[in-house]
Design a protein around this ligand. Sequence first.
Ligand SMILES: [Zn+2]
Length: 415
Amino acid sequence: MRFSILAMGLSCAMGSVSAQAASHQDVQKAVEQQQQPLLQTLETLVNVDSGTGYSTGLSDVEALLTKHLKALGAEVETYPAKTYGGNTLVGRLQGDGDRNIMLMIHYDTVFNEGAAKQRPFHIEDGRAYGPGVGDAKGGVAVILHSLEALKSLDFDDYGQVTVVFNPDEEKGSPGSHDLIHKLSADQDAVLVFEPTFADEGVDAVTVVTKGINYAFLEVKGRASHAGGAPEKGRNAIMELSHQLLQLDELGDPDKKTTLNWTVVEGGTKRNIIPEHATAEGDMRYFDSGEYERVLNEAQKITEHQRVEGTEVEFRLEKGRPPLPANPESQMLAEQAQKIYQELGLNLQAVEIGGGTDAAYAYHADADGPAVLESLGLVGGRYHSDEEFVLTDSVVPRLYLTTRMIMELSHEASRD
Ligand SMILES: [Zn+2]
């Protein structure tokens, strides 16, 4: 259910003149009291390995999350995720209002079994370190402890809060994206808790994410002895090289579409004309029409061959869709910016090149929820051994989510 822009504007104004002003301090106190408990939760979560597909670790984390959700008063359901395993957890809290809000993030990481033992959670100079500390166990902890803060404030003016924790985001969410899409259809707003970057010195939320497609180029030639009869061969590597140079300009700078060729393979032995060569490329885009355009252009371009007698095939597989620029995400970002201002802090609304599950929560039709991404902790070096989050970001981020839920619960009723 999508907010009408008018209703949203009115309710923002109402929010700022109603009882909210007096209670900002109460909220701040409540979230400050959650800072240490959040860091403890984060330590517990980070110290259990839960790389995508590592079923022992995933089920250990699942048990911790289930326990925490139930302690918050949530009904919890589990849905097995195909392909990589693990369960998606869906927790539901019933309130007294009529607005439905979904909070979602993944609990798998990119790190292998043993990483947590090697580099357990630790805090040094205002930075918390450990595998997945930002991406996205920090986001998991922000969700749980914002709900703790709301509970301590006796706040239940929402209709239903749905919490979704999925186990396979780092591999593209093959076993959870359908569920995310389905659950999000009934929401007024969906908040997603990927981390955000500390690099620029300004906190941010994300309103637009790029989509991802995977490009494949395959050339079949003919093998022959490179000394005895090279003329009888059809060199697949030469043809592949020619095609890659021709295909170098499939991107579109105006639309911010990129296609980078990142992997090549070909040939077997130095004295054999290679009969087979392949390449893989990474395509990122905002505009959903770009899939067709790139596919059509590439197919036309690859008709121009250099090595006669070779076969060339170009394929483009669809990955995560984009979260396109849309007014509802922009409205949520503006609401988040106002809330940050209550703390005297600035918040930017940015677009990012990475794809996230926020795209699966987005519905292109008029009934979809408003979606906002990157409400997790602030940090950097994600997916590396130096991954960190700023401990200073815990309180502002808890405050942001707690106040967002309060504001969204008090929106004027939907049309
Ligand atoms: Zn992530």
